[in-house]
Design a protein around this ligand. Structure first.
Ligand SMILES: Cc1cc2nc3c(=O)[nH]c(=O)nc-3n(C[C@H](O)[C@H](O)[C@H](O)COP(=O)(O)OP(=O)(O)OC[C@H]3O[C@@H](n4cnc5c(N)ncnc54)[C@H](O)[C@@H]3O)c2cc1C
Length: 430
């Protein structure tokens, strides 16, 4: 009987989980290796001993993220992602203390109650220019002098691209907006309990059911290759030899790919995100509130805590955590109250600084995707997509890398080897 092909996936962030799931569902034997003590990467729930659990961010998905939603469906977690604000996004203006409700779909704006403040006729050609697949320019320049820039375009830009609006790429945002404009594309979803229970744990459980093996604390130190093939993965505590038909997906951030393959050019500029998390009695169902005219951009209130995001946080990432938490709470508490979100007294605060939250997504030519230097190797990660660097991009890249190696209708299948269904080398499991 012919053996199933084997795929080694290094990095158990969303891209690695997606690659492992795609391969396992296609019948491959899968070994998944994660360097950190837990899977999830930049999508994780943090549970310190004696403290309260919270995600690293206030991650949200849109209806415009079909591959991410399909992954959730495939691992039985789709129902756990709920719409916190189905009637429109509450947005609090910290300067005036006013609360508005903003529709995320352009058709919503036909109703004045859901229209972003400052939207005028002169904005329509600019919005159309943003959504059309034409040459790139910074988003800020496109909307210079328009009130809509501050009220809607800037918050949207930092939410989607995590890059200051003055330099952010209109073309990359446009790619996302064309998807948002599709029916259902503007619906906003969050994990009801958190990224760990509603994404990472169900993905790992599904992998286990499919016979995949996963190891945490397995940091890839280096790789060995011969000719056109990668022949071994060198982890901190062991070397995993690769069989002649084994494939490898490195689902790692650009800096790691650059370290492992110094000859490859990878993106070197990142943007930080700062998150503050407050232990506080919150609503039964999650609520999501936007802020303008404040350091804070979004607040996600859950049953026992509130998480707040400051995107494109270059100006505040070096600030002292205590003063950051104090300032953020001062902004967010009135915003939540204005939106009718019942919250109790503020308890413990925790600040999570992700210095390399995403690559910088500035206007200019798209960074050329580095080509893996071995025939049995592919790269995956949110940074490899032409879409904004998000969960959706990570899922797409992971699934495509796995399918490409396994030879199933993938873009680079012509040059990629089809894995011979031959038994993999001894000791290749994590
Ligand atoms: C605070 C924050 C908020 C965000 N909000 C949103 C949002 O609302 N919506 C959205 O769609 N996206 C959001 N994102 C972006 C989203 O989290 C990322 O796009 C996605 O998680 C990237 O997944 P990835 O697998 O490509 O990379 P990563 O998550 O970085 O995964 C790489 C994995 O490789 C591991 N690794 C690294 N080096 C090694 C090694 N040498 N050996 C073994 N393992 C290694 C890492 O530990 C990590 O687990 C947010 C990101 C942050 C940081």
């Amino acid at each position: 009987m012919r053996e199933r092909p084997r795929l080694h996936v290094v990095g158990a962030g969303v891209a690695g989980l997606a690659a492992a799931l795609a391969a396992a569902r296609a019948g491959a034997q899968v070994s998944l290796y994660e360097g950190a003590p837990q899977a999830g990467g930049r999508c994780r729930t943090v549970s310190p001993p004696g403290g309260f659990s919270h995600d690293n961010g206030t991650h949200a998905l849109l209806g415009a993220n079909p591959r991410a939603l399909a992954l959730l469906e495939a691992v039985g977690a789709r129902e756990s992602w709920i719409e916190p604000e189905p009637a429109g996004l509450p947005v609090y203006d910290a300067a005036t203390g006013r609360l508005a409700t903003v529709g995320l779909h352009p058709l919503d704006w036909l109703r004045s109650s859901l229209r972003p403040e400052g939207l005028g006729l002169a904005d329509l050609p600019r919005l159309a220019r943003l959504a059309l697949p034409i040459g790139d320019r910074p988003i800020g320049a496109l909307f210079a002098g328009r009130p809509l820039l501050e009220s809607f375009v800037e918050p949207l830009t930092v939410a989607v691209l995590n890059t200051p609006v003055e330099i952010a790429s209109a073309r990359r945002l446009g790619r996302a907006l064309r998807r948002v404009a599709r029916p259902g594309g503007a619906r906003l979803y969050v994990a009801e309990s958190g990224l760990g229970p509603d994404l990472v744990a169900p993905a790992l459980a599904t992998l286990e059911r499919l016979g995949a093996r996963a190891a945490t604390g397995a940091r890839l130190r280096g790789v060995e290759g011969q000719g056109e093939r990668l022949t071994a993965l060198a982890f901190a505590d062991r070397t995993v030899p690769l069989g002649p038909s084994d494939g490898v997906v490195l689902a790692l951030p650009p800096a790691e790919i650059g370290r492992l393959f110094p000859a490859l050019a990878v993106p070197e500029d990142y943007e930080p995100i700062v998150n503050a998390h407050f232990r506080v009695a919150g609503p039964e169902r999650p609520r999501f509130v936007g802020l303008r005219g404040a350091l804070s951009h979004w607040a996600l209130a859950r049953r026992d805590h509130v998480s707040v995001t400051v995107s494109a946080a270059g100006a505040s990432v070096s600030d002292d955590p205590e003063s950051l938490a104090a300032r953020i709470w001062e902004e967010v508490a009135p915003a939540l109250r204005a939106a009718g979100v019942a919250i109790g007294e503020r308890g413990e605060a925790r600040v999570v600084k992700e210095k390399r939250a995403t690559i910088r997504q500035a206007a200019g030519p798209d960074f050329p995707r580095p080509r893996a230097p071995y025939r049995n190797l592919r790269f995956a990660g949110d940074w490899l997509s032409l879409l904004p660097a998000t969960i959706e991009a990570a899922v797409i890249s992971g699934e495509e890398a796995a399918r490409d190696l396994l030879g199933r209708g993938a873009p680079r299948a012509a040059s990629a080897p089809t894995l011979d269904p031959v038994r993999s080398a001894r000791g290749s499991a994590p």
